[in-house]
Design a binder for this molecule. Sequence first.
Ligand code: SF4
Length: 185
Amino acid sequence: MTERATELIERLGTVQRAARRRHATAADLSLAQLDALVYLAGCNRFSDTPAAVALFLDATRGTTSQSLLALERKGLVTRSADARDRRVQHLRPTAAGRRIAAAASADDLSAGLRGLSAPELTALERGLERVLRSTQRARGGRSFGECGTCAHLRGAESGDMSCGLTGEPLSPDETHLRCAEHAPV
Ligand code: SF4
């Protein structure tokens, strides 16, 4: 019963990877470098560290470090030390890096998804999210979700939002970014 769904997800993944590879070639990047850049353009300020990039991409820290150094050399990412803990490094895409990440995210699959009605899209997102979460739970991976589905979010009702884990305030824009510390409700 699940074979067709598995086949479709696999096929979509292949289509998506082929599109991402084309964007990487056009931007003179490796696929791993573009994946890291796209992740950094969509993550929050608690998740822009080399360790979080490696976790998200399921890559070794050594391989990720090489990709991040290449992105820095190409002027697509900047690195800065954390204000409280100088051992922690933050990586942020430059304007040029964000442009490349945005182009790679608006690919063939996005065009197909825009053809769905709002209820169809919502149902698809919910279903896929459940599949992703249960698969990650079974494999011990992190969810990398957004604040709206996180057990640590505080103040959602009042609009005065903050993170219960870090104690820091969250702007509405930040709550739509990926987080390495996300704990699914
Ligand atoms: S509320 Fe959850 S997802 Fe949002 S910043 Fe805190 S830990 Fe991350």
